[in-house]
Each structure stands twice: as structure tokens, then as C-alpha cells.
Design a protein around this ligand. Structure first.
Ligand SMILES: [Zn+2]
Length: 277
């Protein structure tokens, strides 16, 4: 996992706008857990530059004995966590934190959760208590329900090779164009089928994620592309993060809603608002 994903996680921590749900996609479970623990430690950290590694919270998190950090497993390939356990977890999440102002749940093997379990958890992912951060780790996003996926910010290096970066950057730049028409036209031309549109939005999400890394000074060959430079000049770290979240949410919305034309128009507005325009 790239330093890039760690940088994206750090950007979330320093922006002060940590989402309530983060989904880590990594076929290497140990590496996924490492990123989850970095994020959890940062979310619970009481130091200056989270995760500082020096405060009481960080040290407890490192020893895995922080009372506001809960580890849960979604189960195994052949046996999901029982629905009853998912209900208990949901109830547990509503109890206020004991030490600081945040509670973190690391849910590994989230892809092993049965559909009923995911639906139980969805209720809390949709309306989480303000103090809760859920970190779901899965080998592949395809193991999760669209509705679950759409609630979280996805951290993934996976599938980057399949992205048409030129198109993704063109679309990302179109968000910042004067007026909505450029983006809407691009959606109409490129998003012929639902799958095309979904791939485009996923590509945009990954492009914004890479732009965010550039913004945070993590080297990426992206920074040398002219469209990227144009976006970087206009976007703040915060707006790039909002744009990643907006794209992730829209991927879910497009998968659920059959009225593509209506969604395209709504998507343009949503993306431009996320960009702060
Ligand atoms: Zn700390």
C-alpha cells in the first residue's frame, strides 16, 4: 500500500473532517489492517499532529488496549458474523466514548458479512452517532452491498490500472469549468450505460484522491499533467476530499437508481457544491 493511501488517510485526519465510515479495500488483509490502525490511532490521538504516536491515546491504541477502539471480525469465508452480533455491535456504537470524544470500530473481513448483517449495520452507517468512526476492511469492494459502499469513503489502490486517467482528469477539470454544461455534456457523452458512468465516477474519485496526494506534497506523476495543475491551483485539500466523498456517494446512487438522466444533472450540482463552487 502505497504511501499514497497513508497520505490520503492523514489528509482526512488533519482536515478535521473525518468521515463516519471509511472502507479499506485491500486483498492483503494485514496491510489493510495496518492502514486501519493508522487511521484509528489518528482519530483517537490527542496530540498535535495525529497520529502523534506519543500521547496516552496513541500508546494505548498501539497496544490495542484503548477502550474506545473496538476490533470486530466480519467472519470467515464460510461463516459470517451472526446477525445477533451485528445487532449488539450496532447498540454498542450508540454508547458514548469512555476516554476521549471518539469511538472507532475496526471491522476486518467485512466482505464475509452476510447480507442480513450488512443490512443491520447499514442502519448505523446511515445515521451514525457523531462520535463514531467505522473502518471496514475488505478484500474487494464487490463483497459489500452497494448501499454499504455508498456510505463510506473508499481507500483503495486496487483497480487503478483499469482507470482511463486522461478521461478521469478531463472530467475532474470539468467540475471546475465555468457553468455546469461542460460536466453535464461529458457525462452524457461518456456515460452511455450505467457501467460507463460508474467507471467514470470511480475514475474521478481516484483522480481526486491522487490530486489530494499532490496537494499534500506526496510525489505523484499526476502533478505534471496540465489539467492536474489547473485543478490543483483551484482546489483546496478540503474540497478534494469532499469531491472524493461525493464521487463515492454518486457511484452508489447510480447503481441504485434507474433514472440516469435525472441523476446526471443532480450529480453535476453535487460535484460542483463539493468543489465549493
Ligand atoms: Zn497521539
Amino acid at each position: 500500500m502505497g504511501r499514497g493511501l497513508r497520505a490520503a488517510a492523514r489528509a482526512m485526519l488533519v482536515s478535521g473532517r473525518l468521515p463516519h465510515t471509511v472502507i479499506i479495500e485491500d486483498p492483503d488483509a494485514a496491510r489493510g489492517l495496518e492502514l486501519a490502525e493508522f487511521l484509528a490511532k489518528g482519530a483517537l490521538c490527542r496530540g498535535e499532529d495525529p497520529p502523534c504516536g506519543a500521547c496516552v491515546s496513541c500508546r494505548k491504541a498501539e497496544k490495542r488496549c484503548h477502550s474506545d477502539l473496538t476490533y470486530v471480525s466480519g467472519g470467515t469465508k464460510t461463516k459470517s458474523m451472526p446477525v445477533e452480533k451485528a445487532r449488539e455491535l450496532r447498540a454498542h456504537a450508540f454508547i458514548a466514548p469512555g476516554e476521549g470524544n471518539r469511538k472507532v470500530y475496526i471491522l476486518s473481513e467485512a466482505g464475509c458479512l452476510s447480507v442480513p448483517c450488512q443490512n443491520v449495520l447499514l442502519k448505523i452507517l446511515e445515521e451514525p452517532p457523531a462520535f463514531v468512526l467505522f473502518i471496514l476492511i475488505c478484500a474487494s469492494r464487490t463483497e459489500l452491498l452497494e448501499t454499504v459502499l455508498s456510505r463510506g469513503v473508499l481507500l483503495s489502490d486496487f483497480g487503478e490500472e483499469a482507470v482511463d486517467w486522461e478521461l478521469a482528469l478531463e472530467a475532474a477539470a470539468a467540475v471546475f469549468a465555468p457553468g455546469e454544461l461542460t460536466l453535464l455534456k461529458l457525462f452524457q457523452e461518456q456515460g452511455g450505460t450505467r457501467d460507463d458512468l460508474r467507471a467514470l465516477l470511480e475514475g474521478m474519485e481516484m483522480a481526486f484522491s491522487r490530486l489530494l496526494r499532490c496537494k499534500n506534497g506526496v510525489s505523484d506523476d499526476f502533478a505534471s499533467r496540465p489539467e492536474a495543475a489547473g485543478i490543483l491551483a483551484r482546489a483546496t485539500g478540503r474540497s478534494l476530499l469532499s469531491l472524493m466523498e461525493a464521487c463515492a456517494g454518486l457511484v452508489g446512487a447510480f447503481s441504485l437508481n434507474p433514472n440516469q438522466t435525472l441523476l446526471m444533472t443532480a450529480a453535476c450540482g453535487k460535484l460542483r457544491r463539493a468543489a465549493g463552487l
